[in-house]
Design a binder for this molecule. Structure first.
Ligand SMILES: C[S@@+](CC[C@H](N)C(=O)[O-])C[C@H]1O[C@@H](n2cnc3c(N)ncnc32)[C@H](O)[C@@H]1O
Length: 290
């Protein structure tokens, strides 16, 4: 078992996230764009292409989107408990996707239009998806949890416009929509999905839960749903017959849980949005490919 922080030049610490295609419509706190090169290496190390790629805590789902578009698994399943986040995924993989793309490109972004759009209770999944994407774009850090603040100055003083790229979002949505026949989207509990597929050796699961283990509270500020039973999650993860890869905050409690379930882990460097170097734990049965 390796516990010392390891740097992977050109892959983790050196990864230039601008070279990783952005396929998700979300900017997501805890987003895993920096992890995509590892994701590919892991899946390529498996004896065959997984029948199912399961992402039980989808959030911005960059890994699921990458696997889908790059054909790294036959089928992809996205599971998300948050109704707002789920509504975006459900819409993208439904016949309403072109309408969602249209709604975004037609939206004229300013303080008044955003306030108007966000002041009404959504009356359909499509409306909820539009509102969620708008909030994701105008809230600081893309945070969707209650109490999140709005962008004020934003990048280059562009305020609410600083993260508003409707044409790009529309393009990403339509690209994902093209692959809709190979995706299942579930509004529900990621733990239940892991339970369901635990005996399927052809399922590869990428598990990126809210980081609230070890008394870390950041996850509870970032997500509306953050209260995870970490011990149960480790139990289920270790029980999977298929390949698993889990990412976590590097806390002594997390290492203890991994040890208790005979899982291997490595500390790897990532970059946060402020370009500071941080480490996270990558946890799995077999990490020889890393
Ligand atoms: C760390 S984020 C995932 C980030 C994602 N990997 C990305 O690249 O954007 C964790 C996500 O899990 C969701 N979540 C929390 N509890 C859940 C549960 N029991 N089942 C499914 N999703 C859950 C949260 O709403 C949040 O979107």
């Amino acid at each position: 078992m390796t516990t010392a922080p390891t740097l992977f030049p050109g892959i983790a610490a050196g990864v230039n996230v601008s070279t990783v295609p952005q396929r998700s419509p979300f900017r997501y706190p805890g987003g895993k764009t920096w992890f995509v090169p590892h994701l590919r290496a892991w899946l390529e190390s498996l004896p065959g292409r997984p029948r199912l790629f399961l992402e039980p805590f989808a959030g911005g789902g960059i890994c699921a989107c990458t696997v889908l578009v790059e054909g790294l698994a036959n089928h992809v399943q996205i599971v998300e408990l948050d109704e707002d986040v789920f509504s975006v995924w459900q819409t993208i993989f439904s016949q309403d996707a072109p309408l969602l793309a249209q709604r975004l490109t037609a939206f004229v972004m300013d303080e008044g239009t955003v306030n108007g759009a966000l002041s009404q209770a959504p009356t359909s999944t499509l409306e909820r998806a539009v509102q969620t994407i708008l909030r994701n774009r105008v809230n600081r850090g893309g945070i969707l949890a209650p109490g999140a603040g709005r962008l004020k100055a934003g990048e280059n003083g562009r305020g609410l416009l600083s993260r508003w790229y409707p044409e790009t979002l529309a393009r990403r949505i339509l690209e994902l929509y093209r692959h809709r026949n190979r995706v299942t989207v579930i509004h529900g509990d990621g733990l239940a999905a892991l339970e369901k597929y635990k005996d399927d050796s052809q399922t590869a699961s990428f598990i990126d839960p809210p980081y609230t283990a070890g008394g870390k509270r950041a996850g509870s500020r970032l997500y509306a749903h953050w209260d995870i039973d970490h011990a149960e999650l480790f139990e289920l993860t270790a029980a999977q017959q298929g390949s698993i890869l889990m990412t976590y905050n590097d806390a002594p409690e997390v290492r203890l849980l991994a040890d208790a379930h005979a899982l291997n882990y490595r500390s790897i460097a990532m970059k946060n949005t402020h370009h500071a170097e941080l480490t996270e734990l990558v946890i799995g049965h077999d990490l020889d490919w890393l």
